[in-house]
Write a protein that binds this ligand. Structure first.
Ligand code: GLN
Length: 536
């Protein structure tokens, strides 16, 4: 294979412009043109990884097959490209510094002063090229987190400058994503913020090859000419990115604007085929033209921030399209649910999801929601903490084990139906020490989960410290809560079900991480199907 080419995506003017979606959409188009592509995210914060961050900070923590706790943009990359990412796809400033400081202690730089340039920038450049050097990819897209001009982003922009120089013309390019705001009073789109942001980038020695302009209104020829002139960018490389009704429209919109064409030209690459996006557009057709609507409740404690449950919301959307329905998700705060208002809050729902989470805030509300779903035969999907809540609810209300709980919430509970894993007992550090990444699971043949997956051997991604306590399995099973999925190596319970219920499944893993546009997750598809049935 020829040498890997590199595309850098920087952001200007404001954060939250959707660099991740632009990077994923471009990657999708290049992938459909016959290239093998991957995307990497560089995050300028000092945490080693986002695993210890509260979801209110940067949204959900996404988990890869190899157990990396990563930025949620990696979820978009996987959902768009349908190929797994790994630890190498997400690097933070913390990890860069950790590597350099460890090397310094080992004596690797003996005698030298360790500095941002060249030591930190060399480490950034090494991390950028790790994926290219595997030989698996024609093109690596690197998204630089943050906004150009931030102090934290400087070493990254400097590394891009150096790499562009070292890799040479036609081997690397820079896409700068900016905002072209509309001033309602003047009825005008404004280019000045973009001009300033490009100037900022140029002060660091980086000239963007392509400008992607986020806008609420179409950008006319005059604006394109002005931006081209002031920013040293060819007119055909000024790409409009207008607000879309769904992120899944963006690849088509970018294709219409010719983003992939400009990129291939600049990289001196010939498309191996026309990007047709047939399966993708087939998904979009169902996604945008549903035959009916159903309402699902998502019971969680970070509901104020949509990004906190990103992968679950997307997985439900994929499953809705597969079932030709529009799913309206009502995010309901678990702290506001109690036994007097639960019926009022949940009565109109065709399905209930109880979300993952950590700590005891809002858990009694989650347990009430599980009870309501169980007693009223409403399709229920409990994910990770949601599954643990289902076990606790059954122990308390069916087995009458008073104060049954998880050790996480009550270390003195008389009935620890959810217990700390044996190998977690010695763990004191919080970062990167949970049970993480893909683990095998054996599914019982006569179960709803088996019907969903259509196989008994599955592998799913985990992120938790606590587990179903097997000491209670006989009592729970005898009372009707079946363990239908077991880890073949450890014997740990991964799935629980109530066979007599319409659809009641709790999973210790996170199925949402593996749902993609082209492969909606079978468990979500099956849950939505059950909810539709409930609705009729
Ligand atoms: N807090 C629970 C545990 O650590 C569940 C984690 C989760 O929902 N991801 O086991």
């Amino acid at each position: 294979m020829s040498k890997t080419k590199y595309i850098f995506v920087t952001g200007g003017v404001t954060s939250s412009l959707g660099k991740g979606i632009i990077a994923a959409s471009l990657a999708k188009l290049l992938q459909s043109s016959g290239f093998s592509v991957t995307i990497q995210k560089l995050d300028p914060y000092i945490n080693i990884d986002p695993g210890t961050l509260n979801p209110y900070e940067h949204g959900e923590c996404y988990v890869t097959e190899d157990g990396a706790e990563t930025d949620l943009d990696l979820g978009h990359y996987e959902r768009f490209l349908n190929i797994p990412t790994s630890q190498a796809n997400n690097v933070t400033t913390g990890r860069i510094y950790q590597t350099v400081i460890n090397k310094e202690r080992k004596g690797d730089y003996l005698g030298k002063t360790v500095q941002i340039i060249p030591h930190i920038t060399n480490e950034i450049k090494r991390r950028i090229q790790i994926l290219g050097e595997t030989g698996e990819f024609d093109i690596v897209i690197t998204e630089i987190g943050g906004t150009v001009g931030d102090i934290e982003s400087l070493p990254y922009v400097e590394s891009v400058r150096q790499l562009q120089w070292e890799l040479g013309d036609n081997n690397a390019l820079v896409i700068h994503l900016t905002l072209v705001p509309y001033l309602a009073a003047a009825k005008e789109l404004k280019t000045k913020p973009t001009q300033h942001s490009v100037k900022e980038l140029m002060q660091s020695g980086v000239s963007p090859d392509i400008l992607v302009c986020r806008t609420e209104h179409p950008i006319n020829d005059g604006i394109r000419e002005k931006l081209a002139l002031f920013c040293n960018v060819k007119k055909e490389a000024i790409i409009e990115s207008i607000d879309a009704s769904t992120i899944y429209d963006v690849p088509n919109l970018m294709r219409k604007e010719g983003l992939d064409k400009v990129v291939l030209e600049k990289l001196n690459l010939q498309a191996k085929e026309e990007p047709k996006l047939i399966a993708w557009n087939n998904f979009l057709k169902h996604y945008k033209n549903p035959e009916s609507t159903i309402e699902i409740g998502l019971i969680g404690k970070y509901v104020e921030l949509q990004d906190a449950y990103k992968s679950i919301l997307e997985a439900v959307g994929h499953a809705g399209a597969q079932n030709k329905v529009k799913v309206i998700i009502h995010a309901i705060h678990s702290e506001g649910i109690n036994n007097t208002n639960v019926a009022e809050k949940l009565k109109n729902l065709s399905g209930i999801i109880v979300a993952p989470g950590f700590g005891d805030r809002g858990i009694e509300g989650k347990i009430e929601a599980v009870k309501y779903a169980r007693e009223n035969n409403i399709p229920f999907l409990g994910i990770c903490l949601g599954m643990q809540m289902a076990v606790i609810e059954y122990a308390r209300n069916v087995l009458h084990l008073k104060n049954a709980n998880s050790i996480e919430m009550d270390s003195n509970t008389p009935h620890p139906v959810i217990n700390l894993m044996e190998d977690q007992k010695k763990v004191t550090n919080k970062g990167g020490t949970m049970r993480l990444g893909a683990w095998d699971c054996k599914v019982s043949e006569n179960s709803k989960t088996y019907q969903a997956y259509n196989t008994s051997s599955i592998s799913e991604r985990h992120r938790h410290r606590y587990e179903y306590n097997n000491q209670y399995s006989k009592q729970l099973e005898d009372a009707g809560l079946k363990a239908t999925g077991i880890n073949p190596k450890t014997g740990l319970v991964e799935i629980i079900e109530i066979p007599t219920h319409a659809w009641f499944v709790g999973v210790q893993y996170h199925p949402e991480y593996k749902s993609t546009v082209l492969n909606p997750h079978p468990l979500f598809v099956s849950f939505i199907k059950a909810a539709i049935k409930q609705n009729n």
